[in-house]
Design a protein. Structure first.
Length: 88
């Protein structure tokens, strides 16, 4: 892909974090990524989001209110609703 190593690292970190959230939600568990992880992902995924949407890897962004917690903003960038839960 000839992308910078830092970009590839952010892509991998994003995949692991977001899909861990998917799995946690699907199995009724909570996931609280560390502040350092979220601090890396938020600006990186915001930069990558338009390209990822064009490639069909991200859905349309989900609305989160101003001041929403950073983990929710990361999920919203990927098209996931941060409030989603499999719990009844």
């Amino acid at each position: 892909m000839r992308l910078p190593a830092g970009t590839v690292g952010h892509m991998v970190l994003g995949e692991l974090t977001v899909h861990a959230w998917d799995l946690a939600c699907a199995t009724g568990q909570d996931l609280a990524p560390g502040a350092a992880v979220i601090g890396e992902l938020l600006p990186a995924l915001a930069d990558m989001a338009p390209m990822a949407r064009a490639a069909g890897m991200f859905g349309e962004p989900v609305y989160v209110p101003a001041g929403a917690p950073a983990p929710g903003r990361v999920l919203a960038l990927t098209g996931r609703g941060p409030q989603w839960s499999s719990r009844p």
